[in-house]
Design a protein around this ligand. Structure first.
Ligand code: HEC
Length: 179
């Protein structure tokens, strides 16, 4: 009897004090101490023992839509449309990006004479060749996005918008260095 009474008293004290600003005492702790598994931990309940799960097939990270023209330069050249006109702001940003990412190989004016060009077996092509001048904006964008031969893709370093700004600046360089 004594036991029942004291139990009742304990419950009354811990469970019903709505005025207290302290958290209640939790008598059954299962919910407080859930067996959460940390990322990269070992999880014996999974078939592959990995705590981290693979995203479902076909999942795309936000802002990372796949490039639809992989290894399809001609199609990219026909279908991709430059969203920018080469206004001053776009060209200014385009120059900054070109000088950061492209100049080291293609040279400050796109003449293929960047600082590392000397040491390269395949020389970086010029931007003012008949070939590149005749290309559409989308075709140049494709090289930056998908790479070409020895030149790697810059898709992971440069956002889509910024790639188009570079294309605008390449157009500007072509005008400046017209043959
Ligand atoms: C590490 C040196 C290097 C960097 C950096 C580089 N490129 Fe290239 N680029 C090359 C080489 C080499 C080629 C020729 C590849 C091939 O066709 O095998 C090339 C090819 C190109 C072509 C095709 C030209 C043609 O005549 O076929 C374009 C356009 C181009 N690059 C633009 C750019 C732009 C824009 C950037 C900056 C985002 C850039 N490249 C960064 C080395 C580089």
């Amino acid at each position: 009897m004594k036991y029942v009474l004291s139990c009742t008293l304990v419950f009354a004290l811990v469970a019903c004090d709505s005025k207290s600003d302290k958290p209640n005492v939790e008598l059954i702790q299962n919910m407080m101490e859930s067996p959460a598994i940390k990322a990269q931990d070992y999880d014996p309940s999974k078939k592959d023992y990995q705590a981290m799960r693979m995203p479902p097939e076909g999942t795309v990270a936000q802002g990372k839509a796949p490039y639809m023209y992989k290894a399809q330069p001609e199609k990219a050249g026909k279908e991709l449309v430059n969203p920018f006109s080469g206004n001053e702001q776009v060209l200014e940003k385009g120059k900054l990006l070109y000088d950061t990412y492209c100049m080291v190989c293609h040279g400050p004016k796109g003449l293929g004479n960047g600082t590392v060009a000397d040491k390269m077996l395949v020389k970086p092509p010029v931007m003012n060749s008949e070939k590149v001048v005749s290309w559409s904006d989308g075709r140049i964008y494709h090289v930056i996005t998908d790479g070409q031969g020895l030149m790697g893709s810059y898709a992971s370093q440069i956002s889509k918008e910024d790639r188009w700004k570079i294309v605008n600046y390449v157009r500007q360089l072509q005008k400046e260095t017209k043959q």
